[in-house]
Design a protein around this ligand. Sequence first.
Ligand code: CTP
Length: 408
Amino acid sequence: MADRLTVVVGISGGIAAYKAVGVVRLLVKAGHDVHVVPTPAALQFVGLPTLEALSRNPVTASLYDDVAAVRHVALGQAADLVIVAPTTANTLAKLATGLADDLLGTTILATKAPVVVAPAMHTEMWQNAATQHNVEVLRSRGVTIVGPESGQLTGADSGPGRMSEPEDIVAAALAILQPPTTPQDLAGLDVVVSAGGTREPLDPVRFLGNRSSGKQGVALAVAALARGALVTLVAAHLEVPVPVDARLTVVDVTTALSLSEAMTAAANRADIVVMAAAVADYRPVEVSDGKIKKETGDGTLTLRLVENPDILAGLTAARRPGQVIVGFAAETAADRDELVTLGRAKAQRKGADLLALNAVGWAQGFGTDDNTVLLLDEAGALVAEATGAKSAVADAVLTAALSVRASR
Ligand code: CTP
């Protein structure tokens, strides 16, 4: 990557335009030559003098300024990188269609540089089928989508739609121009990972849960990203941070049923599916609308539970041709022999291509940085063993999944 890049920062007209100022500042501070191209609407939110002062370059939203320099295409041609932050629903639609009725539109059509967009809009607009379609169109053209994050929006509402932080947008954009240091053996593959532990509500304040922190699942997502995959992380109550990455989609879930729904949808297009989440086998038959009161009786409480679907078995049964499915099994076993015996039976029962088997206990497996897994094939035979940091275990699991894929 050249030391000094020519970066076009497009800004479209949404409240998050004030945060675009941070994107411009970070790029200028890093020594890059930054040219801001606001849409006319963006100038309702942030002043042109601010943008000129911070970028240290002239700024216009008009197609008809500086015509002699053929400005409508010159900026796009000169750019090494184009970032559009925020990208409103309207600008997303225009980019997906290739409209060029303003300087930002012509600049983007004229560029061969990587384009990064950071959407920002209200949740309903983001989730609208038209917007999601536009995002897919842009993604299929190689445009990098950063965010949006989930959080407080402009009004009283909160949810997905908040623009990613300037630091994350700039980091994701600059990363595109860095040659990858890890072998890209998952490039072009779609990897879906479930992580964390499900929670089954009993009443508005209580749930049945488990001790999974999500560390191993997140390590799998991170490792897959580093190896070039497009990753969907189905996240159930993670206790660890999830990186912001343009190739990562995070779907938050709570219960086993919501995890099942998210995994079934994501697995539809996946090449590799890893069920690392700890799923509740049972959920309460009834969820009380009000807080369950302590009863005076014999001092015991009986909960009636109903079985949840076995998600892994369902995914395996619906496996698409060529897809590799990996399950995890946490067992409390007295020794390695018992662990392998339990694992073998489970591997055969679940029908996954690989089962990553690990021993757990009160002081083992959960929330720790290290892990030891035995990888069993569909028939229950031991094919690999990995021990060490959860990141190293993640790499071993992905490598084993790739070799199953290659053997097909
Ligand atoms: N799993 C699942 N759906 C469930 C329970 C578990 O998909 N309802 C998945 C887990 O994500 C994991 C694998 O199945 O990948 C094994 O989970 P585990 O809890 O060890 O298996 P169970 O079938 O619940 O067996 P056990 O009787 O040992 O609890």
